[in-house]
Ligand binder design. Structure first.
Ligand code: NAD
Length: 297
């Protein structure tokens, strides 16, 4: 059979998660999606009404199929963690089994196993504030939604991830692969990427290395993160400086063009494939080379 992917963090057709889903689908993978509970209704309705049909078109002309959409809130690991006000919130009460452990359990019941896990989500309630102005609550919320959410997803999905190896010509390649999305603000100063989001991405990148070791030894699963350049996604628009970052990149990067989400999608498909059989614990830049510049010219 083809590979099966679970992609957490798709709620429209503008973000990196959607582009990754398309590249994986084009390469023959079956697509399962985890959508943030408050965004679930509108995403499913739009999908059903054909609002995304144009952006579902794959290179061979067929439409990407999403086999199943699961409600997910990646800041909660199990039902016991969910506070009363969320449980009774009307946007949440209409769905069930959306904590990380319950979603992994549902995927196991429905499909048995997956081969590819993608984490394409982040949230920092105080992202527009300077780090010096960020509250403890805001900082911890950024880390919870953007970094620990990945530890938790991998922890709960690892037991159902393919731990086999396949023979590709003379190479033995691990089947299981896990990918997240990060941003260069983790290692360089990007004024405006605040609220502890820069800290959250630094944690995510460090965790990528440690998780690569643990998941590699335990289950032969590879763990990598893509450091992506700026994209006008819903999340990025909320930060408020995305157009400026895109213009800055076009002006200063070695490759002077706008970055397409598909270029990140294609890298994810490569990383999930046997072509990347020896790549794990890595931060892969997909940013037109902007990370390599020392000064803007
Ligand atoms: P996006 O809005 O398409 O994706 C973010 C998703 O996270 C949304 O679907 C949102 O519903 C979901 N989400 C938020 N909180 C959640 C929670 N608690 N549980 C489950 N889902 C939750 O935006 P995007 O920019 O494509 O973001 C995807 C990833 O790419 C993020 O990790 C982001 O930091 C990273 N990234 C983005 C850029 C950029 O310029 N857009 C650059 C580098 C890295």
């Amino acid at each position: 059979r083809g590979k099966r992917a679970f992609i957490a963090g798709i709620a429209d057709d503008n973000g990196y998660g959607w582009a990754i889903a398309k590249s994986l689908a084009a390469a023959g993978a079956e697509i399962l999606v985890g959508t943030w509970v408050p965004a679930l209704n509108i995403f499913e309705t739009s999908l059903r009404r054909g609002k995304f049909d144009e952006s579902r078109v794959l290179p061979d002309g067929s439409l990407m199929e999403i086999t199943k959409v699961y409600p997910l809130d990646a800041v909660f690991d199990s039902l016991e963690d969910v506070p009363e006000d969320i449980k009774t919130n009307k946007r949440y009460a209409g769905s069930s089994k959306w904590t990380v452990s319950e979603v992994a359990e549902s995927v196991k019941e429905d499909f048995g196993s997956i081969d590819i896990l993608v984490h394409s989500l982040a949230n920092g309630p105080e992202v527009t504030k300077h780090l010096l102005e960020t509250s403890r609550k805001g900082y911890l919320a950024a880390i919870s939604a953007s970094s620990y959410s990945y530890v938790s997803l991998l922890k709960h999905f690892l037991p159902i991830m393919n731990s086999g190896m396949y023979l590709v010509s003379h190479l033995i390649a691990p089947c299981g692969s896990s990918i997240s999305l990060t941003y260069i603000a983790s290692e360089r100063i990007i004024p405006g990427y605040g609220g502890g989001m820069s800290s959250a991405k630094a944690a995510l990148e460090s965790d990528t290395r440690v998780l690569a070791f643990e998941a590699g030894r335990k289950q032969k699963v590879r763990v990598n993160t893509i450091s992506a350049g700026p994209l006008r996604s819903r999340a990025a628009k909320a930060i408020g400086f995305i157009d400026m970052m895109i213009d800055y990149s076009i002006a200063n990067a070695p490759l002077q063009k706008e970055l397409s989400a598909d270029e990140v999608g294609n890298t994810a498909a490569f990383l999930a494939s046997p072509l990347a059989s020896a790549i794990t614990g890595a931060v892969i830049y997909v940013d037109n080379g902007l990370n390599a510049m020392g000064v803007g010219v």
